[in-house]
Design a protein around this ligand. Structure first.
Ligand code: GLC
Length: 750
């Protein structure tokens, strides 16, 4: 009898484990498809259209209308429901008080962390580390799902070559190849292999597409990009996200060559659905559908609904053109029921894959998953690897550990909110460890840390604090200047026409520099800034972006040599805003300037300026090029070899290079591979990134680094818009950034 009881008990336990909330998905895609069709067959037209509606939750006060609609089964999703209690209360209405009990999917902008905030994506991209970025997204997913978020509106994959654009902070830089690799890693981190799991969330690749090409770097502005630029620059990261299995795509605000992205059949159907076979669902951006009236693309809300669903937007965020007009459009036979069914099918299958039908509710107590030591360690490692050393004269860094007095000066030294960066709505400034706090914790009691902000904020022009700053700097052994941008100066709708350090920061730097003390400038900002003048006045410069909750300890690790900086710029830094757009993968033009050529020599008014593509008042090279970043050691490159210099179509080219750490400190190096197609049926950029590898070398250690290129890695869109590789001569570089490296060449034969 006893054995029998044990047997029954074990069956019960096994069965319980199989349905424990949040266990892995139990249904195959085919089974999900069948369930979706079965459910669809039971739905009324109103219920179908309801699934296509996403409200931003205004809380129980403003939410009355929303809750009434929810009770009628007319809401598919909410974003910005904050507490677990509110989510479960709304979910209970959806699941237990509506006719079909279809659960809500809760969305949130979990862009770079949740409660543990990691560096802004542009900073993460400076790590050039897909595995680490995947770990960062997984961290965010763990925390967000624990608080009932099912779906994040990330990764943001907009290529941007214009630092005036505030949203450059949210992207992964200027290069399609790097952004594709890192964006796919974020999708994997958010979703894992099964985003119904209790520590994963559905991802959303945004903003589809070419949002980062906004004219003048002004947010929401017109983009005039050709199909070739779309296909070679702006679309590849989204293709990489789709290939990585991203659950959803968000259609963008901007128009693309006259057709708004949210009403664009070419991008949303021809490319996304037909060419790429994307199977998830498309959500609009916040009122991006009804904004097509402002664009002058739709006459009224009814036409918005018609053009949006025809183009292929499945769910409408915040605006209500679908719930106001789809039923009439169907009754007037302007659309078919299949069009609505297709959108609802796309949405329901993602709800099944997110596990909402099995586990619609979030267990209380999710807060314990937030800000764990593990998450803080991951955040600190990402912040460490995001730091880019731009200057280090006479090896001023790393600092000695036995300094008597360190002056910590500047508005960004102890700015716990701003250090978190844009899109950190679930972060808490009280959790931030600032550089000041980290330095105070780091140094021993024999070191005195003298702190004064000098300027209250990054924008203030009130210089009353300069005297104190000057006094501390004059008695210190080393001056650490923490300058940059408040977080509000980047992100959505926060573009800048000037890129200098805001406020009176340059004056502060110049005042302190007059003392000729060893001075380190650490810049915390949401974009590349221009600081040519002050760069010459300090001994070392560390670019820290907005590094998140653990940014302080990461900066201290690098300043004091616990970690040798390895970051490489994911975006070119202009010398002046007048150079923009300035990026490494530019075209050669018919009259290329020499890199350092500028202007008419003074006093020779008749000397003709060279008739080439240059400026009179600045050269055409960036202040710091794409891929640039110094180390505390020196890496020497030698012995660049190719397996052949005559490649046949379809063959593989093997590349090897020797890298030696000839310095005194172990460090990481990111070895970069670039190519150039010298002559083709369509002009090609002067360089294109086609590979990168991180290596770690001890002092004196050497390593052979290998790359492989297939001939289709050299393909481009020809005049017929077909992806082809053409025979001819190619150049190839392997080096430490896009502006220097060992060079060789090879041919591809017919
Ligand atoms: C915003 C942003 C988008 C975000 C959405 C929801 O306007 O453009 O990136 O995900 O609305 O907050």
């Amino acid at each position: 009898m006893r054995t029998f009881r044990i047997f029954i008990l074990s069956l019960f336990i096994i069965n319980f484990l199989l349905v424990i909330p949040g266990t892995a998905r139990t249904l195959t895609d085919v089974q999900i498809g069948n369930k979706v069709n079965e459910l669809l067959g039971k739905m009324t037209l109103k219920e179908k259209v309801g699934q296509m509606m996403q409200y931003s939750y205004w809380g129980s006060s403003g939410g009355k209308g929303q809750e009434a609609a929810l009770r009628q089964g007319l809401v598919g999703s909410f974003l910005n429901v904050e507490s677990i209690a509110d989510k479960n209360r709304l979910q209970k209405i959806a699941v237990e008080q509506t006719r079909l009990g279809i659960p809500i999917i809760f969305g949130r902008d979990v862009i770079h962390g949740f409660r543990t905030i990691i560096p802004i994506p542009l900073g993460q991209a400076a790590s050039w580390n897909p595995q680490l970025i995947e770990a960062g997204a997984a961290l965010a997913a763990r925390e967000a799902r624990a608080i009932g978020v099912h779906w994040t509106f990330a990764p943001m994959l907009d290529i941007c070559r214009d630092p005036r654009w505030g949203r450059i902070a949210e992207g992964l830089g200027e290069d399609p190849y790097l952004t594709s690799q890192l964006g796919a890693a974020m999708v994997r981190g958010f979703q894992g292999n099964d985003y119904s799991a209790p520590d994963r969330i559905a991802a959303c690749a945004k903003h589809y597409v070419a949002y980062g090409a906004a004219e003048g770097g002004r947010d929401y502005n017109t983009t005039a990009v050709s199909e070739r630029q779309l296909r070679e620059i702006y679309l590849p990261p989204f293709r990489a996200a789709v290939d990585a299995g991203v659950a959803t795509i968000m259609s963008a605000f901007n128009e693309i060559d006259g057709i708004p992205a949210s009403g664009n059949q070419f991008t949303l159907r021809t490319i996304l659905r037909n060419e790429w076979q994307f199977k998830g669902f498309v959500v609009s951006d916040w009122t991006s559908l009804t904004e097509m009236i402002n664009h002058g693309f739709c006459a009224d809300e009814k036409e918005v609904a018609l053009k949006s669903i025809t183009a292929g937007v499945d769910m409408e965020m915040v605006s209500e053109s679908y719930i106001h007009h789809l039923e009439n459009l169907l009754n007037e036979k302007q659309i078919t029921s299949e069009l609505i069914d297709e959108s609802v099918r796309n949405i329901l299958q993602i709800k099944f894959k997110t596990g909402l039908f099995d586990n619609p509710y979030t267990p209380e107590g999710g807060e314990k998953a937030l800000l764990t030591p593990e998450n803080q360690n991951v955040a600190q490692e990402i912040a460490r690897q995001s730091l880019v050393l731009l200057k280090n004269e006479k090896n001023l860094l790393p600092l000695a550990k036995n300094l008597k007095r360190i002056a910590v000066i500047g508005p960004m030294a102890n700015a716990p909110h701003d250090q978190l960066g844009c899109w950190s709505m679930d972060g808490r400034k009280e959790n931030t460890i600032t550089p000041l706090k980290a330095i105070q914790n780091y140094v021993g009691k024999e070191t005195e840390v003298l702190f004064t902000e000098g300027l209250k904020t990054s924008r203030t022009t009130d210089t009353d604090g300069f005297d104190q700053a000057f006094k501390y700097a004059s008695i210190a052994d080393v001056v650490l200047l923490f300058v940059g941008e408040e977080s509000i100066l980047s992100g959505e709708a926060h573009s800048r026409a000037f890129l200098e350090l805001p406020g009176a920061q340059e004056k502060l730097i110049e005042a302190v520099a007059k003392l000729n003390k060893p001075t380190v400038m650490v810049i915390l900002a949401g974009r590349p800034l221009t600081f040519h003048q002050v760069a010459e006045k300090v001994g070392a410069i560390l670019y820290a972006w907005h590094p998140g909750t653990m940014g302080g300890p990461a900066i201290a690790d690098v300043l004091f040599g616990n970690y040798a900086p390895s970051g490489k710029l994911p975006v070119s830094f202009p010398k002046t805003v007048g150079q923009i757009p300035v990026y490494y993968a530019h075209k050669n033009t018919g009259r290329p300037p020499s890199p350092n050529q500028k202007g008419i020599p003074m006093g020779t008014p008749l000397d003709p300026v060279a008739f080439v593509s240059n400026y009179l008042d600045v050269d055409v090279t960036p202040e710091y090029p794409f891929g640039y970043g110094l180390s505390y050691t020196n890496f020497e490159y030698s012995n660049l070899k190719l397996s052949t210099d005559k490649l046949k179509m379809g063959e593989i080219l093997e590349i090897s290079v020797q890298v030696k750490n000839s310095g005194q400190m172990a460090a990481d190096e990111i070895v970069q591979l670039y190519i150039r197609d010298l002559a083709a049926s369509v002009t090609r950029p002067v360089k294109e990134l086609r590979g990168f590898k991180r290596i770690t070398l001890k002092p004196g250690e050497s390593q052979i680094v290998n790359f492989k290129l297939q001939t289709n890695d050299l393909a481009f869109y020809n005049q017929q818009m077909k992806m082809v590789t053409e025979p001819g001569k190619f150049q190839l570089w392997v080096g430490k950034n896009s502006a220097e490296g060992l060079q060789t060449e090879f041919w591809i034969a017919e």
